[in-house]
Design a protein. Structure first.
Length: 123
């Protein structure tokens, strides 16, 4: 059975690229913002990995992480932050949550993102 990955990014280009990278080996679901992410997580708590952009409209990734942390049903989803953001304070703020496993700076490569996902999921 394929592992389930939820990819959340407001950029259609990034979502398409990540879907292509993960599509062969993973069951991929896409969302455009943090609110869509929360809605999907609340409907189905069986995602193995969440890939979450930081800067998005409607609800950004930072607020989404705070909301996930408050919800007992979904706060265990392993989360990878994907962003152009290099602000150390924001990174440190999110690392207080054990479910936030890494912070990857865009641009990304297929090899990098798949290796990071494998490392997170294999722990």
């Amino acid at each position: 059975m394929k592992r389930k990955v939820l990819i959340v990014d407001d950029s259609m280009t990034i979502r398409s690229s990540l879907q292509r990278y993960f599509g062969e080996s993973y069951d991929v679901t896409l969302a455009e913002n943090g609110q869509e992410c929360l809605d999907l997580l609340e409907k189905s708590q069986d995602y193995d990995l969440l890939i979450l952009d930081v800067n998005m409209p409607v609800m950004d990734g930072i607020e989404a992480v705070h909301q996930i942390a408050k919800n007992e049903k979904i706060k265990e989803v392993k989360t990878m932050m994907l962003t152009t953001e290099t602000n150390q304070e924001k990174r440190d703020e999110l690392y207080q949550y054990k479910f936030v496993k890494c912070w990857i700076i865009k641009p990304i490569t297929e090899d990098l993102i798949l290796a990071a996902a494998k490392q997170i999921l294999d722990k």
